[in-house]
Design a protein around this ligand. Structure first.
Ligand SMILES: [Zn+2]
Length: 291
């Protein structure tokens, strides 16, 4: 192992591994990972892939998990581990296989961010935020993200020659835009929070906001379902990326993967992020309110 590049802010862990791979020319990507594990003489464990990358990046496993994987978003809201730090070594089993949960299929970049990275660093890298489901536009430049096949991570750093698809252009006058923008900002906020929030605490907070907006929460019949509001306001393709089974949703009937956020039952963190994006007018306020 000759070259261990400096990890960049918000660099996506598999992309960092890809840069190590590209710079060291060690056969296949999994051979690079094995070489890293050998280089640092790591004992067998479920988390040594991440440990190896953390060592390469000269940081702790916990900070590497916090700053370079999707785990902080994936574990932002937790059933019974509220208050636990992301990447805490005690919970290694929980993050050993989930560093890329909530990742879109393929891998994404913003062409303008990439130009800026090249101008200032001399190279570009894969950013973590752009890989999250439902994040389809750059949060800085508001341009559509370009999508590439997943193996691009280990072939090259982001560049337009790799791109095979793109999100549609933004239509800022459309009512969906403020909602998807808030959703991105809230997911970004999840990535930056250092610990899990308890699910019932989050539910209590957003139910109080929903109560002021006549939204259905289990007993108040005649009120609007949050899922009906989402379907009426948001592009179908975008919603499908968050909830692959959204096509089964019927008007007036709760769609549990999403409405459970207000029914005080299990729902994924990205469902909570969308609920907050619909219920709050400001993503900052939504994040400040989070327990
Ligand atoms: Zn950008």
């Amino acid at each position: 192992m000759n070259i261990l590049p400096t990890v960049m802010p918000d660099e996506f862990a598999p992309g960092y591994l890809g840069r190590i791979h590209i710079l060291n020319l060690l056969g296949k990507p999994n051979q690079t990972l094995k070489a890293l594990i050998d280089y640092f003489a790591l004992q067998p464990s479920r988390i040594r892939r991440i440990e190896a990358l953390a060592f390469a990046a000269k940081t702790s496993t916990q900070l590497f998990v916090q700053n370079h994987t999707l785990i902080p978003a994936n574990s932002a809201i937790s059933e019974n581990l509220g208050g636990v730090c992301h990447g805490h070594p005690k919970y290694g089993a929980l993050f050993s296989h989930s560093w890329n949960h909530l990742q879109k299929s393929g891998v994404y970049f913003c062409p303008q961010c990439v130009d800026e990275q090249r101008g200032c660093l001399g190279f570009s890298y894969w950013q973590r935020l752009n890989q999250l489901r439902g994040v389809s536009w750059c949060s800085k430049h508001f341009c559509p993200l370009l999508g590439c096949p997943e193996n691009s991570l280990t072939i090259a750093t982001p560049n337009v020659d790799l791109a095979t698809n793109a999100a549609p252009e933004i239509e800022p006058e459309e009512p969906y835009w403020p909602v998807v923008k808030r959703y991105s900002e809230i997911m970004h906020g999840f990535l930056r929070r250092g610990f899990r929030a308890g699910r019932s605490d989050v539910a209590r907070t957003i139910r109080a906001v929903a109560a002021r907006q006549a939204i259905y929460m289990g007993t108040n019949n005649g009120c609007d379902l949050l899922s009906d509001i989402a379907v009426s306001q948001l592009p179908a393709w975008w919603l499908k990326e968050l909830f692959p089974s959204i096509h089964t949703k019927q008007l007036g009937v709760p769609f549990l993967p999403f409405d459970n956020t207000l029914l005080n039952d299990h729902a994924q963190p990205h469902a909570f992020a969308l609920a907050m994006a619909l219920l709050y007018r400001s993503s900052k306020k939504a994040l400040v309110d989070m327990p």
